[in-house]
Design a protein around this ligand. Sequence first.
Ligand SMILES: [Zn+2]
Ligand SMILES: [Zn+2]
Ligand SMILES: [Zn+2]
Ligand SMILES: [Zn+2]
Ligand SMILES: [Zn+2]
Length: 247
Amino acid sequence: MGKTHSSHPEHELELKNYRKPYTCDGCKEHGFGKRYRCEECDYDLHEDCMFNKSTTTHKFFKESTFKFKFYDKPPRKCDKINCNECKTYCDACGKHIKGFVYHCDEKGWDLHPCCHNLKNEFKIDGVKFQLGETVSKCTWCNQKKINDSLSRIKGWSYVSKCGTYHFHVYCVMEMVIEAWRNGMANSNDCLALENLELPIQRQLNRNGGRGNKYWRIAKVFLKTIVSILLGDPTITLGSLLVDLIIG
Ligand SMILES: [Zn+2]
Ligand SMILES: [Zn+2]
Ligand SMILES: [Zn+2]
Ligand SMILES: [Zn+2]
Ligand SMILES: [Zn+2]
């Protein structure tokens, strides 16, 4: 049995699990794996977009009593159409928000529904990763500021307790998109995410000498974040385990 969503009331959306990328018709961001879909209209929603909460909070914000409200598009700040000044950016990934959004009226914070799912803390193979404001250079882009000239947002980063790993949430997603592009160029099929060699692997290999453990933890961490951003935290769990055992 399917369900409808207020953004697509005409038909019921059914849970599908295709191992290929799609664009969510709610938040307009990339997705992979599980999605709620109307076959007739080619309409897809992330699970997080399908079952959006009407209000929510996020632990990242110390004052987590501030509520985020769900909107099907970012609330207008002025009357000008397509006003560049008023473009809405996600505080987590720093990207322009084009559809579904959690918005905090009091503070003006904005989050993509999938970014809202990013946890404050992860532990991978004994290494603790903490979500925070970007304060030092990212391992991937080697910059503090995220590589998106339009936004003034600093974006969130994950930093390991040991200080070895530091990744912008923005860069994690960019890596996947780059990997997809490379994958698409080499093949007509949509490659499954888990088969892709993330570009960070080349980067880390170049840095050299830091050993397999470094790379293994980075890879598991990146895949964990990617699967959340793509709206299906379960999708790579199987392959994550395989990676840990074989990889
Ligand atoms: Zn979505
Ligand atoms: Zn439909
Ligand atoms: Zn404006
Ligand atoms: Zn975001
Ligand atoms: Zn970065």
